[in-house]
Design a binder for this molecule. Sequence first.
Ligand code: ZN
Length: 149
Amino acid sequence: SKYPDKKLAILTCMDTRLLELLPAALGIKNGDAKIIKNAGGVIVHPYGSVVRSLLVGILEVGVEEVRVIGHTDCGVEKLVERGIDQQHIDIVRHSGIDLERWLGGFESVESSVHETVRRLKEHPLMPKNVRISGFIMDSATGELTRVEE
Ligand code: ZN
């Protein structure tokens, strides 16, 4: 049905390595959870599509828990280093875009997950009884580590 069986929503990275690792590590199957993916599993904008999808999941289909799951060796951090012309980067910066933030580039996956959890918890439209937590998944083994607040 459209209602997730575990009342759980997951925000995670689109990395294909997680496709089988993630459900296995969490012990979930099709229909158990709403899974929202983008590059890095980050919130680019507080009123963008990720937050909107999570809020719709909470308000419309009964999601009670949100887990933000980053992963080791996440490619998003490397995008800027991949030979993009510095001039182009400067143009984007000068047009008022925080490039690192937009790409989800944080110093570490841990700080990225931490920041995403914080943004969700502090979001003005987030109901206070929704449980929000962050994890990092080992991209090779699927092992999950909780990110402390
Ligand atoms: Zn990733």
